[in-house]
Structure formats: C-alpha cells, structure tokens
Design a protein around this ligand. Structure first.
Ligand code: B12
Ligand code: SF4
Length: 594
C-alpha cells in the first residue's frame, strides 16, 4: 500500500500457525488443504487499515501474510524487516486453535526475545476466556512472555490494536467477547493470489455468517461467536466473490458453521444465482449445514442452482443416546437417509462429520455403526474425529470443573488423539477404534460401492474419487486427520518443538527417506488400484442408473431398528427416488471442509 507522504513503515505480519506432529516437527505440506479463512479476514482488515492510513499520513502500513501449513515462516527476515521499518511492527498469530497454541507460542518466542510486539487471537484464547472461571496456565505463560492476547472478533477493533502497537502501548489483553460485531459492510476478506496458490484447490474461503442457533455440548462456536447468527450482506458477499473472480478463482468454501441458519441465506444465494445466470460467472462452492436443513423450503434447490457442489453435515452419530448426550437434539437418525438422498438427488455431494467416543460408544458399537454408515446411508465421504473437550465448549468447562482428566498438551486437540477418559473404553481401545473407522469406511470394497452409486445415479464418480483418495491417503498412510492435511508432507529438521533436541542430519534424513518410501510407495499402488477400480466400474460394469443407489440386499437399519428410539426409512426410499436433476458437467474436484 504505497503512501507518498509516508516517511516510515509499520509492518503488520499475519501468520496462521500450524501444529506439531508426534515427533515434534511442524505439520506442513507442499500444498495445504485450503486457505485459512481467518487469515483472509485479518488480511482484509489490515489492508483496509493501511488504505485508510490509520496510523497517520506519514506512516505506511505494510502487510505480510504467511500460512504455516504450507510455508516455512522466515523468522529472521521478519525480525530484520520490522527492525528496519522505522515505525516498528506487530506480528499477529491469527486464527490460533487450541491445537495450534503451543506452536504459536514457539513462533512468538524468538520474536519476543528480539523485543518485537506479538499478539495471538483465535478460538483458543476466545474459548478459554469465554468459558473458564480463570485463565488457564498456557495463556498466563504467554502473557508472561509479553504476548498480547486478543479475545473476540477483530472487526471494528483492529485499528485500535495497530495504534496501540505503533505507540508502544499494547495492552496484555483485549477482550471484546461481550460485543460481537456486526458483519454488514465489514472490510472484504482477501488473500493475495500467491498465498491461494499454495493450497490444493485453487479456491478461496469466505464466512458469509458467524454463529449457530443450536446447542451442542461439544461445540465451541456457539459460545465464542454466539447463538444469534450474524450475516454479511449480499453486497459484501458479491464484492468478495467478484474480487476473487478477477484473480481467476471461482471455487469457494463458505466457512459458516451453519449456512442454512444464516438469516440472509436466500438473498445471498439469489445474488450468486444472478452472478451465474446474468454474468456467466461459473461459481462452485461448499457449505456446512445442519442435518434438518434439507426441510427448509427452497434451500436445497437454490443451493444446487447457485453452484453448491458439496455439503458438509454434522451427523456425529447414528445412535440417538449419543446424540442426546451431546445435546444434539436436532439430529434425527430416522431422517438421515431421506436427508442424504435429497442432496444426492440434486447432485450435491455429501460429506458428514462423525464423532467417535461418545459416552455410549464401545469398540464393537463403533464398528457396527460404521457398517450402518456404509450400508444404509448414501453418503459420499465421512470425516471421523475423536470426541475431544475443545476449550470453549461446555464439555471442556464441565470436565475442568469436575476435576476430570484432560491431557494438558493442547497440541493434541485436533481430533485425532484421545485426550480424556471414556466410561466404556480404555484410551488404547478408543484410539484404535478411531483409526479403524477410517480403514473400515475407506475399504476398497466400500469405495467401490460409493463409485457404483455415483455411476448409477449421482455426481461424477471421478470428482468423488478425488476426495475419497485424498481422505483415505491422509488417514491411512500419512496418519493425520484429513482436515489437518494437504498434499506432500514437508518436514523441516530445524523446525522442532521448543524443548526437543535438534536431530543430527545423519539420523534425520535417512529416517525421513524411509518414512517417505514406506508411506508413498504402497499409497501410490493403492491409489492406482482405486483408479483401476473406477475404470472397471464405469466402462465394464456400467451400473444402470438408480439401481444401485443403496445395496438393496441390505435390510434397512437392522442395528438401529433393534432399539426402540432408533428407526430408519424403508429401503424403498432409494429404489424409488425420482430421477435426479442432471448433474452439472463440471468435473473438477473441490476443496473440502472443516
Ligand atoms: C474454516 C475452518 C477450518 C479450515 C480453515 C481454518 C481457518 N481458520 O480458516 C480447516 C479445514 C483447515 C480447519 C481445520 C481444523 N479445524 Co477448523 N474451523 C473452521 C471454521 C469452520 C471457520 C473458521 C473461520 O473462518 N472463522 C471465522 C473467523 C473470522 O473467526 P476467527 O477464526 O475466530 O477469527 C476472528 C477472531 O478470533 C479474531 N482473531 C483471530 N485471530 C486473531 C489474531 C489477532 C492478532 C487478532 C487481533 C484477532 C484475531 O479476529 C477474527 C476476525 O474477527 C471454524 C469455526 C468458526 N466458526 O470459526 C472451525 C474451528 C476453528 N476449527 C476447529 C478445529 C478443532 C479444527 C480441526 C482440529 C479439525 C476438527 N477436528 O474439527 C482442524 C485443525 C487443522 C488446523 N491445524 O488448522 C475448532 C477450533 C476449536 C478450538 N478450541 O481450537 C473450530 C472453532 C470448530 C470447532 N470444531 O469447534 N478448520
Ligand atoms: S450444529 Fe454444529 S455449529 Fe451448531 S451448535 Fe451444533 S456443532 Fe455447533
């Protein structure tokens, strides 16, 4: 942002930190899954502040952006840049989730030693401050290092933070949780194209709303962003979409936790439909919705018409007892099939979140429930996660207040690790059951079934296979939660968790070579087999449309029907489903969601 009257610079560095793997190395990829939406929001705010020269005409605000999930953050360069700027600078660690907090503090360490101002914001800080009676030790330690903590949302507050940092008057803590800002007219989120190019899908993100009206006990969103949903206006959304479109980006992940409960959903979709139909802007996008949203009049069809290709639905469990224990009363297992079929009929692919480790789960019941998912529900992808008491949730607060054990290492809170006790499973049983779900669901046999369903009556099988392969590869070979994943893992020897010894190159590199070969060789062979399987199904088997939507020999819900509260739809739902809308010809893969 060039400012002709400026005689000094103030450097704002925005970094979205990653986390550590079990060996203490930063989890990084050649291409990460998707751009960080929080980074886009903060970049939008910083660029807007720079344009308005909020620090005065003589100060040019320079904004730099790094996403650590795909980039090695050049710490030395940042320190030199801020020292030589004339006006100082501020390093903002943005969108810091609980699992990223230890890494964020380690990034801050050398910066604080160089006396550079650092602020951390995001769900860990906000969730803890919102829900806990007192500040947890990790936040206190960060403050003791001179790191500023920012709780709440930055719209309307970022200028103040910049001014305080510029004048050397940063406070220890900014807490705006009590007043969530309005989003209408807020600066447009944006990321420079070179940052977007380091992600796998040539796509962008946008939160068209924040908050969710439901009341799930494991959820942090309702406590941090609220149960009253705040929305961006159709004009705001159009502005963001057009700006990305000018950069050649037409694929989006609308990150709202529940797009269907955004009070402005219809006006936003109408606007997107207008952009497609009047101006020929071929948008495609992914949204998250709740499991009953398919009943909202016009929603499903308008989403399909506007270019929605995937929906992510929090199914969480097929057990009503588990759903009740989680306060997820809005999910009705007996409606799951009807709901999934409705999306399938308009050629919107479905992926669902499924939580392993609810109180009524056992190793056996989890295995049985995955069979239900495979055989009775026409779902394309499932993202399994361990139930974790995320800071910011009611579960976390209750466990803390009851003095129950929770692993103190926040780095483990990404949904792939067991971090607390279970009433019916040992930690090992639970952990094993979690990894087994991925193997069971993404077995070759079931991937074949998913592909046959697509060929028979639904979205393009190649599009689904791309996503299936990615999830299967990340979970089964890289052993990471796919939402934490990307394409081709990078491990940098010198980036290791604070307190862990730097390894000798003669130990590190041969081991790394072995890791790469033993992961990628079998994975490439597996993927080749799946590509062959799809070819066989498509060109040799040629399943007739609609016949194979769900394997007809599987009786509807034998496990579910055994319990009085559980019910399923008759199998005929699938056999007699109306002819689906013709699926659009666009066969490109889309970003996935979290
Ligand atoms: C999109 C998304 C993703 C995307 C991209 C991440 C991103 N930040 O964009 C992907 C797919 C990568 C992802 C992955 C995961 N995610 Co996620 N994700 C989200 C989601 C749905 C939207 C994020 C977003 O854009 N929010 C809107 C922004 C604007 O809000 P914000 O991040 O809070 O930022 C505002 C303020 O906090 C503040 N702020 C933030 N940082 C800073 C810094 C400074 C200096 C300042 C001044 C202000 C400031 O200002 C911002 C603007 O107002 C959120 C839920 C949610 N509603 O936020 C979950 C969420 C953040 N994810 C979560 C989790 C747990 C995960 C996963 C572990 C997967 C899982 N098992 O659920 C993985 C972890 C992977 C990883 N290491 O990132 C949790 C985090 C909870 C917690 N206590 O840590 C959330 C809250 C959802 C949940 N399940 O509760 N996720
Ligand atoms: S539906 Fe999703 S976003 Fe809403 S409260 Fe439940 S878990 Fe949270």
């Amino acid at each position: 942002m060039s400012n002709s009257k400026a005689n000094k610079q103030f450097v704002v560095v925005l970094i979205n930190p990653s986390r550590y793997d079990d060996d203490g190395y930063v989890v990084q990829w050649r291409r990460s899954l998707m751009p960080s939406n929080t980074l886009a929001v903060l970049n939008g705010l910083a660029v807007d502040a720079a344009k308005r020269t909020v620090l005065g005409d003589d100060v040019e605000i320079v904004v730099d952006v790094y996403d650590e999930s795909n980039t090695v953050v050049p710490m030395g360069k940042i320190i030199r840049q801020i020292r030589s700027a004339g006006g100082g600078g501020l390093v903002c660690l943005v969108g810091v989730q609980s699992n990223q907090f230890p890494r964020a503090v380690d990034i801050a360490r050398p910066l604080r030693e160089a006396d550079i101002a650092v602020a951390i914001g995001g769900f860990h800080v906000s969730g803890c401050l919102q829900m806990l009676p007192e500040m947890p030790p990790d936040l206190k330690e960060a403050m003791a290092m001179g790191i500023t903590l920012f709780a709440g949302e930055a719209e309307g507050r970022f200028d103040t933070l910049l001014a305080d940092a510029y004048h050397g008057q940063l406070r220890d803590l900014y807490n705006y949780l009590a007043e969530p800002p309005r989003l209408e007219g807020a600066p447009t989120p944006s990321l420079p194209p070179e940052i977007l190019r380091r992600t796998s899908g040539n796509s962008a993100t946008l939160d068209t709303s924040r908050g969710c009206p439901f009341n799930c006990k494991f959820c942090t969103i309702i406590n941090v962003q609220g149960r009253k949903v705040r929305s961006r206006s159709p004009d705001d959304v159009e502005r963001a979409v057009r700006a990305y479109h000018r950069e050649g980006i037409t694929r989006f992940f609308f990150t709202d936790d529940n797009f269907a409960r955004n009070p402005g959903w219809e006006r936003i979709l109408d606007r997107l439909i207008e952009l497609r139909e009047r101006e020929g802007i071929e948008l495609s996008f992914v949204v998250q919705v709740d499991s009953t949203s398919y009943k909202i009049p016009r929603l499903v069809h308008k989403l399909a018409t506007a270019g929605c290709k995937w929906v992510f639905i929090g199914l969480e469990s097929v057990s009503p007892e588990n759903l009740a224990s989680a306060g997820k009363g809005q999910n009705h297992v007996e409606q799951y099939r009807e709901m999934l079929q409705m999306w399938h009929d308009v050629c919107i692919m479905t992926q669902v979140g499924y939580i392993v480790g609810f109180p009524f789960d056992t190793s056996e019941s989890i295995e049985r429930d995955v069979e239900v998912l495979k055989n009775e529900l026409p779902v394309h992808l499932v993202k399994f996660a361990c139930l974790i008491p995320l800071p910011g949730s009611v579960d976390h607060r209750n466990k803390l207040l009851a003095g129950q054990w929770m692993d103190p290492d926040m780095n483990k809170y990404n949904g792939e690790k067991v971090v607390t006790d279970h009433p019916r499973m040992s930690p090992t049983e639970w952990q094993d059951a979690f990894w087994r779900t991925w193997e069971q669901f993404y077995s070759d046999e079931h991937i074949g079934t998913i592909l046959r369903r697509c060929e028979a009556s639904g979205p393009k099988s190649m599009r689904v296979l791309t996503q299936v392969v990615r999830d299967m590869f990340l979970a089964r070979y890289e052993r990471v939660q796919p939402l934490d994943g990307g394409i081709i893992r990078r491990k940098v020897r010198t980036q290791r968790r604070f307190g862990m010894k730097r390894e000798n190159p003669l130990v590190f590199y041969p081991r790394r070579l072995w890791e790469v070969l033993s992961c990628y060789l079998p994975a490439v062979w597996h993927v080749a087999r799946l590509v062959g399987l799809r070819w066989w199904i498509k060109y040799v088997e040629k399943p007739a449309r609609l016949q194979l939507a769900v394997p007809s020999e599987v009786p509807p819900g034998p496990e579910l029907a055994a319990q009085p509260q559980r019910a399923t739809l008759p199998d005929a739902t699938f056999a007699t489903a109306p002819e689906p809308l013709p699926c659009p010809s666009d066969d490109r893969g889309l970003v996935e969601i979290g």
